[in-house]
Design a protein around this ligand. Structure first.
Ligand SMILES: [Zn+2]
Length: 188
């Protein structure tokens, strides 16, 4: 098995990112990433369906590409990353730092959302790639991940995950869900 580096949260011109899907893939291939999830906002004016899915399907990436979407919880502002493998799906509580949540509020929010029927596997301990260590605590009952939530420079490549797994979308998701993941940061 190889140690694979990837980013699980990034945006394109299908929402509020500045790179087309092909240019975003090229951005991460130039950084030697092994995998990338494109996770545009489904409630953005630039979002089109099925054009988004078709655009991602037309890509010919060298890296392993995950389809994804960034959803908002219905009820209050809380983005959730949905990263789609072949059979598996990874659900991520995105950037709690953006909402200025305390650890206790984060734990409460996770319980509330799960009660409302939302799956949650992991939580970002980053905000557009900057490390927010207060969320990197066992008090929060989710796997910790780092993403760069890239929209535009200088976000690309600021934070990532490393997973010891075969080059297979479902195996990567399962490894992350099991907590078998390392975090990387280029700055803090
Ligand atoms: Zn985002």
């Amino acid at each position: 098995m190889a140690l694979l580096r990837g980013n699980l949260h990034a945006h394109t011109t299908f929402s509020d990112g500045v790179r087309s899907p092909a240019a975003l893939v090229a951005e991460y291939e130039s950084r030697a990433y092994d995998f990338l999830a494109i996770t545009d906002h489904d409630d953005h004016d630039n979002w089109v369906e099925p054009g988004y899915a078709q655009a991602l399907a037309r890509l010919k990436p060298q890296l392993l590409l995950f389809r994804g979407v960034e959803l908002n919880f219905d009820g209050f502002a809380q983005h959730v990353g949905k990263v789609t493998g072949d059979q598996e799906t990874l659900w991520v509580l995105n950037h709690p730092a953006r909402y200025k949540l305390s650890v206790a509020q984060t734990v409460e929010r996770i319980a509330f959302m799960r009660n409302a029927g939302w799956s949650l596997d992991a939580i970002e301990v980053t905000d557009t790639g900057l490390y927010r260590p207060i969320y990197d605590t066992e008090a929060i009952p989710l796997v910790k991940i780092a993403t760069d939530d890239a929209h535009r420079p200088p976000h690309f490549g600021r934070a990532w995950v490393e997973v010891e797994a075969p080059r297979d979308r479902d195996k990567i998701i399962r490894a992350i869900r099991a907590g078998d993941v390392r975090l990387g940061f280029s700055e803090s």
